[in-house]
Design a binder for this molecule. Structure first.
Ligand SMILES: *Cc1c(COP(=O)(O)O)cnc(C)c1O
Length: 380
């Protein structure tokens, strides 16, 4: 069966009433017949029928064992970090999401957990840095904003041989494009705020595990720390996922068209899109991804922030905003917005130059997006 069909029918019809839309169980507690005798639910922090459907759904989509829904992507990352103990080390992709960087370096470092960063696009870099203390490898692929791709299967194999877990932040790819558990990883997290929700109208996070043992740990942490997703937001994510397959195809097609257009522009210096043959990691992207995703970044030959801001504020369809994965196309200037807190020199050295712009390609017609960029280029 085609995956789009499978997803739509993995969302159950309500067995009680026949409601074709998942009911929102807006309740805190559940009546018990006898102490401890209930219908599988006793308190909504622990379990809620609407959230449970989302948790089952994301586990199925990622070919995992268990799913867990949290109040944000960062709460999901935080739950995974809580598996660790003082003295443990994390080896992470060097251009990790800024919020995850802050969490590990400014919160977990206070609890004796250290994080080291490495360019994970070359497996030998990990081989060199991994130690007996390394308990978790943290990957993003594609990364933000340069869309670097790491060989997930090769890294998972290395980690397994060293008794270390691998977690992939699959936010940019989504399970439609890439299934990290099939590539051998142990844990997946999502900021469902982005493509899974898909409409820029909620904040949510998900964790998927590849084993019941890890699932029990995350379940314990979820219930003990309480950062759960509400029934209504769970319902919004379920609704988002029902159209995910269609949307990812369309985002990816338009992104490829926009990337090719950018390559043809004389004002543009570098274009970052994993679908371009010129992308450094194109070959590995081709083997582990079904499509190339909806994100495109590019820099300008006249490499100044003013130039980038002029372009970003001259577009009409692309709205200037952080975040990604919604129906409306967005443009952001990482050097002045998402990556502002990174010291200038290390930011520039990593490729996030002053004129870099990141596009989240929405669901508008692809040619309309190209026309919008074209009129903005004329204003430079
Ligand atoms: C947005 C994002 C997060 C954080 O998710 P929130 O829902 O904003 O907490 C984590 N990882 C990636 C790749 C993201 O884009």
């Amino acid at each position: 069966m085609n995956e789009s069909t499978k997803i739509i029918h993995s969302i159950p019809v309500d067995p009680l009433t026949g409601a074709i839309s998942v009911p929102i169980y807006q309740t805190s507690t559940y009546v018990q017949e006898q102490p401890g005798v209930n219908k599988g639910f006793d308190y909504s922090r622990t379990n809620n029928p609407t959230r449970a459907i989302l948790e089952r759904l994301i586990a199925e989509l990622e070919n995992g064992k268990n799913g867990f829904a949290f109040a944000s992507g960062l709460a999901a990352i935080d739950a995974v970090a809580k598996i660790l103990k003082p003295g443990d080390e994390v080896l992470a992709v060097d251009d990790i999401y800024g919020g995850a960087f802050r969490l590990f370096t400014q919160v977990y470092n206070n609890f004796g957990i250290t994080i080291k960063f490495v360019d994970t696009t070359d497996v030998s870099n990990i081989e060199r840095k991994i130690s007996d203390k390394t308990k978790l490898i943290w990957l993003e692929s594609p990364t933000n904003p340069l869309l670097k791709i790491s060989d997930i299967a090769a890294i998972a194999k290395l980690a397994k041989s060293r008794g270390c877990l691998v977690c992939v932040d699959n936010t940019f790819a989504t399970p439609i494009i890439q299934k990290p558990i099939d590539l051998g990883v142990d844990i997946i997290i999502h900021s469902a705020t982005k493509y899974l929700g898909g409409h820029s109208d909620l904040i949510a996070g998900l964790v998927v595990t590849n084993s019941d043992e890890l699932g029990e740990k995350i379940k314990f942490i979820q219930n003990s720390t309480g950062g759960i997703l509400s029934p209504f937001d769970s319902w919004l994510v379920i609704r988002g996922i029902s159209t995910l397959s269609l949307r990812m195809k369309e985002h990816s097609n338009s992104a490829a068209a926009v990337a090719n257009f950018l390559v043809s522009r004389p004002e543009v210096d570098k274009v970052y899109f994993p679908g371009l043959e010129s992308h450094v990691n194109h070959n590995i992207a081709k083997t582990q991804q079904k499509y190339f995703g909806g994100m495109v970044s590019f820099s300008l030959k006249n490499d100044t922030e003013e130039n980038a801001v002029k372009l970003a504020t001259s577009t009409k369809l692309f709205k200037l905003a952080e975040s990604l994965g919604g129906t409306k196309s967005l443009v952001c200037s990482p050097s002045t917005m998402t990556h502002k807190s990174i010291p200038v020199e290390s930011r520039r050295a990593s490729g996030v130059v002053d004129s870099l712009l990141r596009l989240s390609i929405g669901l508008e017609d692809g040619q309309d997006l190209i026309d919008d960029l074209e009129q903005a280029f004329k204003k430079l």
